[in-house]
Design a protein around this ligand. Structure first.
Ligand code: NDP
Length: 497
């Protein structure tokens, strides 16, 4: 079967080009998929435009949209093993993590099924008996959805769920490296009964297959998750036709540990914060900011634990974390570590690929801790998007806040302390979109997700996430229409016969 979904039909690229998808854990061939050109993407946009302007979906009652999203959740649950396996093979992540991802995706569709049903406008009371005034919520139109490789299905569901709940049509482009689960999601949308043309899929490289999604005048909204530089490009391209833009970009997230914290919990979670999925998580707690009085013992214990983390492939039951996504990405992480050491960071562990010959076919990188860092260093400011923790120290609460906020990013962060007032003060002062207190990484579909500063524009998930995909329309009705009376001369002129 061909792999591009355009107007309800699975078609190959007009160019006939294909791409091999290989598992980053061992280089094995996973799939050969069709590779879209920009012409394919423009055709997909045309299909989505027609489905929005002429098709039934935007007018479908909210209860029916909700029922369809619930069916999608049921079908995802039915296929959990198949989908998790595909996600593991594309990304190299452990199957246990891929199963968690699918469970999160199911929760996401169920959440937006509920939101679709609850969607209603509101009356605007003017106090004037001669006026009816209300706000209606309508779908934005045709959405261009662009997703990254680290959580391919999860990131797709955060966009597809609210876009459909609101009655939009869309074209989605996953990362060229990880298309498989987005293909499976499209198949499930079809099986659930979504009308042709509402969901369209193109595969291929961002600059070619993806670019029309931020440039084409028939796209009304572009929602992008990925790196900061690509996000800036998408935003600039979207400006030419003043599209609605939602961006979920990177993060350089502080994980602040006070001496009065539950240190066992803080230590264990500091490892999870940064080494989960080998650090390829936008909200990874890559910056440990630890109170100076506990620095030595805390970091020694971290180094000991990091050295014990077992690396392995998706189906290795002993593995605790996996590979990086590609050779190019591993080279980038290596350059980042080398530059950090060159600017004075102290390499406490890791810093290279593992020597284990069993891992030689993958793009593994050892869990790495860089001590003695400060906010003036590149390694603290730049994302590595790999398994690398930088360590900074502070003496006072004010200093911890200043250090944690000294970044152009503002996605997420955590505070560890047993002082109930202090954690609330810190949460208020940290300029990051999500603050975890005595925890790291949990998120809720009911709560907004998004970044301050250059970590993004707009919110995903939660009620605001749905509203990103809606236009608010004010409808005003004069119950007693009459001449305006503004231009006396004109109204005095004889009316045409
Ligand atoms: P990229 O920015 O390289 O790519 C993201 C997506 O954009 C891919 O589908 C890519 O296609 C596509 N793309 C690339 N160029 C263009 C273009 N000119 N026009 C349209 N689309 C384009 O990010 P990565 O995939 O490398 O993902 C890692 C980054 O994503 C990290 O910086 C991370 O922080 C961020 N991220 C943020 C999250 C958040 O919620 N804030 C969540 C997850 C990741 P292709 O790859 O096929 O070329």
């Amino acid at each position: 079967m061909a792999d591009l979904l355009i107007d309800g039909r699975w078609v190959p690229s007009v160019t006939g080009r294909t791409r091999e998808i290989r598992c980053p854990a061992d280089g094995s061939l996973v799939a050969v998929v069709d590779e879209a050109s920009s012409d394919d993407t423009v055709a997909a946009i045309g299909a989505a435009r027609r489905a929005f302007d002429e098709g039934p979906w935007p007018q479908t009652p909210a209860t029916d949209r909700s029922a369809l999203l619930s069916r999608v959740a049921d079908l995802l649950e039915r296929d959990v093993e198949k989908i998790a396996r595909a996600e593991s093979l594309d990304t190299g992540k452990r199957i246990v993590e891929a199963r968690y991802d699918v469970a999160d995706v199911v929760r996401c569709f169920r959440y937006f099924a509920g939101m679709a049903q609850g969607l209603s406008g509101r009356v605007v009371h003017t106090g004037d008996a001669g006026v009816l005034s209300r706000i209606d919520y309508e779908p934005v139109g045709v959405c261009g959805l662009i997703t990254p490789w680290n959580y391919p299905l999860l990131q797709a569901s955060w966009k597809v769920g609210p876009a459909l709940a609101a009655g939009n049509t869309f074209v989605i482009k996953p990362s060229e490296l990880t298309p498989s689960t987005t293909i499976l999601l499209m198949q499930i949308l079809q099986e659930a009964g979504l009308p042709d043309g509402v969901a369209n899929l193109v595969l291929g490289a961002g600059p070619e297959a993806g670019a029309p999604l931020s440039e084409h005048p028939d796209i009304d909204l572009v929602s992008f998750t990925g790196g900061l530089l690509t996000g800036r490009r998408v935003m600039a391209a979207a400006a030419a036709t003043v599209k609605k833009v939602a961006l979920e970009l990177g993060g350089k997230n502080p994980n602040i540990v006070f001496a009065d914290a539950d240190l066992d919990a803080a230590l264990d979670n500091a490892l999870t914060a940064v080494f989960l999925h080998s650090g390829q998580v936008c909200s990874a707690g890559a910056r440990l900011i630890v109170e100076e009085s506990i620095h030595d013992d805390f970091v020694d214990a971290l180094v000991a634990r990091a050295g014990l983390i077992r690396l392995g492939g998706p189906f290795d039951g002993n593995a605790e974390t996996g590979t990086l996504i590609s050779a190019a990405h591993r080279e980038k992480v290596q350059r980042y570590v080398d530059a950090a050491v060159a600017e004075g960071a102290v390499l406490r562990c890791g810093g290279t690929p593992p020597a284990d010959p069993a891992l030689a076919d993958g793009f593994y990188f050892l869990p790495t801790i860089l001590d003695g860092c400060t906010t003036s260093m590149g390694c603290v400011q730049d994302e590595s998007f790999g398994p690398v923790m930088t360590v900074e120290t502070f003496r006072t609460e004010d200093e911890a806040v200043a250090i944690a906020n000294d970044t152009m990013y503002g996605l997420a962060g955590a505070v560890w302390s047993s002082d109930a007032s202090r954690v609330q003060r810190m949460a208020r002062r940290l300029r990051h979109g999500t603050i975890w207190i005595n925890d790291y990484h949990p998120y809720l579909p009911q709560a907004e997700w998004g970044g301050f500063k250059q970590s993004g524009v707009g919110r995903e998930l939660g009620p605001t996430g749905l509203h990103e995909y809606l236009e608010a329309k004010h409808v005003y009705q004069n119950l007693n229409p009459a001449p305006s009376g503004w231009f006396a001369g004109a109204s005095a002129a004889e009316a045409p016969a």
